[in-house]
Design a protein around this ligand. Structure first.
Ligand code: PMP
Length: 290
């Protein structure tokens, strides 16, 4: 794995931070994960804009200009010995000389990046869908930000691991919010539904799917969705940088629709892969060449 820490590129094993780093002590940091297909960053500019929103949301100054980030990203992608990558970027409020919850003064932020081979869903998962399970959404109120405070997401994710499922769908006050690391969609009577942005992260893959749905002439409604509406959906799928577009074949052991990938999910998947694999010239600008 190729890493970058505070101004230097290095093998990941050589990257070391202080135990007083506020990312370690207080989860005081923000992050992004950018998918890289064939060394092209997919919607890199949108990811970096969302990163700025996350930093602003926790009052953490951005240590780099957009051009500096572009140069760093270009270099780490180019250095990696693999083509399809998942590029992780994290900034924390740095390491003070004491443990104090209040923001430190004159402490440089910690800037960390590493890139790893992209962990794609298998062809079988893409074609036949996966089993998911629900769990209560116990996260804090700022689920619109990508902060490193991911304890509740990790707890939720483990629920699906323990149950032999692929993703955990979180429910708050009886309504679906999102997956532990994904956004969720359902299809009912030809209409695509997804929770509105009051209860979930503005996923870049979610935004891509909404654009593609529009192109395919699908009716889309962003609204609150109950757990029963998911059980009774014709189709369901979740989206994310790592998940891409993954069909849900069952939820809480209840079969969704035909119990496999539905036709609208398949159309959206095909349109998604056409774009990320550079087969749709209309969206070539979403792929940043290194
Ligand atoms: N929701 C959560 C909680 C996530 O962690 C992710 C993954 N970043 C997503 C949604 C999907 O966002 P994206 O499509 O930008 O990866």
């Amino acid at each position: 794995m190729t890493a970058y820490l505070n101004g230097k590129f290095m093998p990941i094993a050589e990257a070391k931070i202080s135990p007083l780093d506020r990312g370690f002590l207080f989860a005081d940091g923000a992050y992004e994960v950018i998918p890289v297909y064939g060394r092209y960053g997919f919607r890199q500019e949108e990811h970096m804009r969302r990163f700025q929103v996350s930093l602003d949301g926790i009052r953490l100054p951005n240590p780099h200009t957009p051009d500096e980030w572009r140069a760093l990203i270009k270099q780490i992608i180019a250095n990696a010995p693999f083509e399809d990558q998942q590029l992780y970027i994290q900034v924390t409020r740095g390491a003070d000389v004491k443990r104090d919850a209040a923001f430190p003064v004159n402490v440089p932020q910690t800037v960390f990046m590493f890139t790893a081979p992209m962990a794609k869903p298998s062809a079988e998962m893409r074609a036949n869908g996966v089993a998911c399970i629900t769990a209560p959404d116990i996260r804090w109120g700022r689920c619109d930000l990508k902060t490193v405070a991911l304890l509740a997401n990790s707890q939720a994710r483990q629920v699906s691991v323990d149950a032999g499922c692929t993703e955990t769908i979180m429910i708050r006050d009886g309504y679906l919010t999102e997956g532990s690391a994904s956004n969720v969609f359902i299809v009912k009577n030809g209409t695509l539904y997804t929770p509105d942005l009051t209860s979930c992260l503005e996923g870049i893959t979610r935004a891509t799917v909404l654009t593609l749905a529009d192109e395919l002439g699908l009716k889309v409604i962003e609204k609150r969705i109950t757990r029963d509406e998911v059980y009774c959906a014709d189709e369901a799928f979740f989206t994310g940088t790592a998940a891409e577009v993954t069909p849900i074949r069952e939820l809480d052991r209840i079969e969704i629709g035909c119990g496999s990938r539905g036709p609208i999910t398949e159309k959206l998947q095909n349109a998604f892969f056409d774009i990320v694999n550079g087969r749709n010239p209309k969206y070539a600008h979403w792929l940043t060449k290194v």
